[in-house]
Design a binder for this molecule. Structure first.
Ligand code: BG6
Length: 506
């Protein structure tokens, strides 16, 4: 069955000016401008729209616009229509300046006043911080202190901040505190690109748009949950960032915890930003904060050695450019977490993520409890197929259910079978970069897909004991795995010790 095209009743976003800090970087060219273009195609970009790019290098508005015009066809997810490209890039201005120099903000202020007069963007401003994280505080403070982000006369002023939002609990708290001293919480949009993925958003619809799942979505029926974000990519040229960060910080408190909170949160009272964000923060707040020894027992960290991925030779992590030869940064992490609330008490959540693995696979797998008695004498209960509900996020966007069925024939023989829903069979999804909904939501002031300060801090609180325990033990306990494998053997032990096993990464 095909061709059920998603319809939208969405209105175009409010007139506004988008100011991108770090505009000469990769993100602007590769994702932001193509996403704006897709919003233009969908009729969701406002007629009154302008873009100011701010960066350190010497350039001009003409050169910057030409640069964006050139890169758009390269990164766009569809054929370019010149009329729509003009709508996106018709009013582009470049401001050269350092992010900690007050004169930069004076220049931006002058350009904004002119644009607001000429282009009728109604004073609405969206500041996008596509910069390295050390610029978040200076930019936030300058925007606050200069008055550029002050909301008056009905105009809105909002800020989108890219990850990483802090590097541990203390730095995330300090960042929130600094930003909240000059801006209001409802002006701050902390972006997590996983929430731009349709299949991630669908987790809430699956759970709360159907009466079927919720009654069994608890410790009475669920044995455990596995969350996997496996990547076949290596570190490539990101050695400098990655070696200082590691897999835990890079992926867990943000992307994996977004998946965890959507899968495990309580039903919100309303499908509205505050109710959903409160529900997610509450869930993360209920995740057990582990003591040092527990954290060591319930975690595996590892680094990839050399190997082959899809027949290509891959060099070991420590041989990668900009990575220390004796680095102890992990490229793989597996954790066992427990949630202390009535719904989940006693149900383990196993999380794993890593680079240079056999395949790219992002999925949430919910394992239901086995039938309580071995009724079919010829098939012992431990040989029945496991009942997994699998939410496939990428590369296959699907939902699958595994269960047991009778194999045809005179005797009762039992075999595992599956039901599978594939998005592509039902919906013609518009090609997207994954940033469209996030940018659009910010432009209309809907923060439902953006984590709140309390949610971010709750996530770091859970991760902090692992950071501390690993720092204490150093290289000790750092496992290795072959590039192109499914990860370290130690990660298998984490789960097999409890009579369970990971689903294959394939
Ligand atoms: C980023 C991480 O946030 O997410 C990268 O910094 C990672 O290391 C990426 O590769 C994964 O995103 P996706 O959408 O490809 O799963």
């Amino acid at each position: 069955m095909t061709g059920r095209t998603a319809t939208t009743t969405a209105r175009p976003a409010d007139p506004c000016c988008l100011v991108i800090f770090g505009a000469s970087g990769d993100l602007t060219h590769r994702l932001l401008v193509p996403a704006l273009y897709n919003l233009g195609v969908a009729g969701l970009l406002p007629d009154a729209f302008a873009l100011i790019g701010v960066a350190r290098s010497e350039s001009s508005s003409e050169a910057f616009r030409a640069d964006l015009e050139k890169s758009l066809p390269k990164f766009a997810t569809r054929q370019i229509d010149p009329a729509i490209a003009k709508k996106v890039l018709g009013n582009v201005v470049y401001v050269q300046g350092e992010s900690d120099d007050p004169r930069t903000y004076e220049k931006i202020g002058r350009e904004l006043s002119r644009i607001e007069r000429e282009q009728k963007t109604q004073g609405n401003r969206l500041f996008y911080l596509a910069t390295p994280p050390n610029a978040f505080v200076p930019i936030g403070c300058h925007l606050g202190q200069s008055g550029l982000a002050r909301q008056d006369n009905g105009a809105w002023r909002r800020i989108i901040i890219e990850k990483p939002f802090g590097t541990d609990l203390a730095s995330a708290q300090a960042l929130n505190q600094k930003l909240l001293s000059v801006l209001k919480e409802d002006q701050i949009f902390r972006i997590d690109h996983y929430l731009g993925k349709e299949t991630v958003q669908n987790i809430l619809v699956l759970r709360f748009g159907n009466g079927l799942f919720e009654p069994i979505w608890n410790r009475d029926h669920i044995d455990h949950v596995q969350i996997t974000v496996a990547e076949a990519l290596t570190i490539g040229r990101r050695g400098r960032y990655y070696d200082a960060t590691g897999a835990l910080r890079d992926m867990v408190p943000n992307h994996l915890f977004q998946l965890l909170s959507l899968v495990a949160m309580e039903p919100p009272a309303r499908f509205a930003a505050d109710a959903v964000r409160a529900g997610k923060a509450e869930l993360l707040d209920a995740v057990q904060v582990q003591a040092r020894d527990e954290a060591l027992r319930n975690s595996v960290r590892a680094q990839y050695g050399d190997g082959f991925i899809e027949n290509h030779a891959v060099e070991a992590y420590r041989q990668t450019m900009d990575v220390k030869r004796d680095s102890t940064s992990e490229t793989y992490v597996a954790l066992k977490l427990m949630i202390d609330n009535w719904r989940w008490a006693g149900v383990p959540f196993y999380l794993r993520t890593g680079k240079a693995l056999r395949a790219k696979l992002t999925e949430v797998a919910i394992k239901f409890k086995q039938a309580p008695i071995a009724m079919f004498r010829d098939t012992p209960i431990d040989r029945l197929a496991e009942n997994f509900l699998v939410l496939g996020i990428q590369p296959k966007e699907c939902i699958g259910l595994n269960f047991n069925a009778k194999i045809p024939g005179p005797s009762i023989a039992i075999g595992g079978v599956g039901m599978m829903f594939k998005y592509e069979d039902y919906f013609d999804a518009a090609p997207s970069t994954g940033y469209e909904t996030l940018i659009y939501d910010c432009m209309i002031g809907d923060a439902i897909l953006y984590p709140r300060a309390d949610g971010i801090e709750a996530g770091w609180r859970v991760v902090q004991p692992f950071i501390d325990a690993w720092r204490e033990v150093g290289a000790q306990g750092l496992a290795t795995y072959r590039a192109g494998s499914e990860g370290p053997a130690e990660a298998d032990w984490l789960i097999t010790a409890e009579g369970r096993r990971w689903r294959p990464i394939a």
